[in-house]
Design a protein around this ligand. Structure first.
Ligand SMILES: Cc1cc2nc3c(=O)[nH]c(=O)nc-3n(C[C@H](O)[C@H](O)[C@H](O)COP(=O)(O)OP(=O)(O)OC[C@H]3O[C@@H](n4cnc5c(N)ncnc54)[C@H](O)[C@@H]3O)c2cc1C
Length: 434
């Protein structure tokens, strides 16, 4: 077989070598493969609300993830080039400089990402072929039993049908081989300071003390499943608030693609074979289906994901009171449970699922504030920010999304139930330095 010459794999939110379709396809079809990652300057510039899309916690995690990717690619004899630029300006020139016959990347489907691809497609040389693949799902879009238009508006209908009718594909893995063009020049790997942040110590009470990257994701998975067997108790512990082990903590690695949902799924299956299945092992898959579901809603409803009326197209009277917004952000509302959660978020970049539901419900249904402002703050500060899960969950909680019951959380009762001794509140309220 005659190999074609040079392919570039442009990594975005798929910072892994295992189960990476664009990387796999490039390696199968091209003799020379070059990796590329571009820290997007748009993400590090202040938005209309005066905050950056990526603040320090996610920036740190991203830097660690890219460094790890570069090491893992090296084992496959592939070099990773890193830049801090606007991808739409930079990538066409990079392809031309490297005489690329093809560029491979993960297919994204939200507005800003599509705009970047559109410009790159216009600017890139006709000689360079573009290949993109949906590669962030558990259930691949080609295998689900619905057309996009018919994706159910209610999670349970979606889940039951995909569980019954959709097989999950196997993982793809690239074997190392000698490549003629291993470029020995190692490109700069950016530090937190290069991206405009000061280095910082992580908070000692954080529930997420982990580093970014595929190697750390694998380590965490091995620990949570096979070493500690905590996954067998996950359904009982998942509403916890303190410590590293009440839930898997996979979300930051899933969000930037350091691990794939398929890898987690197949490891659960392996675990079940060795240790037996129970409601808890199933529940982890159940939650991964929620993750897929928000991606499918985003595919279906496109820009309505970001609109005030949401996918339900409902008009409520939303406020934009900056004093109320600041009191929520800084953990200075009249509600201690909300405050403790918001302080945890501000000091660590992490908050439990239980906490997120409560603070988002309080923001939208108690303070009646424009849900998009809360979502934008989460976007900047969460280590695990994922566009579909974040905006989808915010819509769900605020009543403009796909919650058929449109519930309001009683934050007092929630605190009594999930923090009955007040330990969680004490942990964070006494560290509030703002
Ligand atoms: C207002 C709000 C905003 C959120 N923003 C994000 C976000 O930006 N990124 C993000 O990954 N999750 C988000 N979530 C969902 C959820 O809170 C996190 O996925 C979860 O807390 C991550 O912790 P874990 O990895 O330990 O989860 P586990 O409980 O161990 O679950 C395993 C995995 O299942 C998926 N999952 C679990 N719950 C949900 C859910 N409700 N929606 C979608 N996927 C889920 C995640 O990928 C998670 O890693 C948000 C939830 C709310 C209420």
């Amino acid at each position: 077989m005659q190999f074609k010459k040079t392919a570039i794999v442009w990594f975005t939110s798929n910072l892994r070598v295992l189960d990476n379709k664009p990387l796999y396809e490039a390696c199968v079809n091209y003799e020379n493969v070059i990796g590329l990652y571009c820290f997007n300057k748009h993400d590090f510039t202040e938005t209309q609300f005066g905050i950056k899309k990526i603040e320090k916690f996610r920036a740190k995690f991203l830097v660690e993830s890219v460094l790890d990717l570069s090491k893992n690619l090296k084992k496959l004899n592939i070099s990773l080039f890193c830049y801090f630029d606007f991808p739409e300006d930079f990538i066409p020139q990079f392809c031309s400089d490297h005489n690329a016959d093809a560029i491979y990347f993960q297919k994204d489907f939200t507005y800003e990402e599509l705009k970047v691809i559109e410009i790159i497609t216009q600017k890139i040389s006709k000689k360079t072929l573009l290949y993109s693949y949906y590669d962030q799902f558990l259930f691949h879009p080609e295998n689900i039993p619905f057309t996009l238009k018919n994706i159910p508006e209610v999670f349970t209908s979606f889940r039951k049908k995909v569980e019954k009718n959709t097989t999950i594909e196997n993982q793809l893995s690239v074997t190392p081989k000698k490549r003629t063009n291993l470029i020995k020049v190692s490109s700069q790997i950016f530090s937190l300071e290069d991206l405009g942040f000061e280095s910082f110590e992580i908070n000692l009470n954080t529930a997420f003390p982990f580093l970014g990257g595929e190697s750390q994701a694998t380590k965490r998975l091995l620990y949570y499943f096979f070493e500690s067997k905590k996954i067998s108790f996950y359904k009982k512990t998942r509403n916890g608030l303190l410590g590293t082990d009440y839930s898997s903590k996979f979300s930051p690695w899933l969000a930037n693609g350091s691990i794939s949902a398929k890898t987690i799924y197949w490891e659960i299956k392996k675990y079940e074979q060795q240790n037996g299945s129970n409601q808890s092992t199933y529940w982890m898959i159940f939650e991964l289906i929620w993750r897929d579901y928000f991606k499918y809603l985003s595919l279906k409803h496109k820009n309505n994901l970001f609109k005030l009326e949401g996918i339900k197209q409902i008009n409520y009277h939303w406020k934009k009171d900056s004093n109320l917004i600041q009191s929520w952000i800084n953990g200075k509302t009249s509600n201690e449970f909300v405050n403790a959660n918001m302080i945890e978020l501000k000091l660590t970049g992490w908050m439990s699922n239980r906490g997120r539901q409560n603070v988002a419900s309080y923001f939208t249904k108690e303070l009646m504030l424009d849900w998009r402002i809360g979502a934008t703050y989460f976007e900047s500060i969460l280590i695990d920010y994922d566009v579909h899960s974040n905006y989808g969950n915010w819509q769900y909680v605020s009543g403009v999304g796909n919650d058929p019951r449109d519930r309001k959380f009683n934050t007092q009762l929630q605190a009594e139930r999930y923090d009955s001794m007040g330990k969680y509140r004490r942990t964070w309220l006494q560290t509030n330095l703002f």
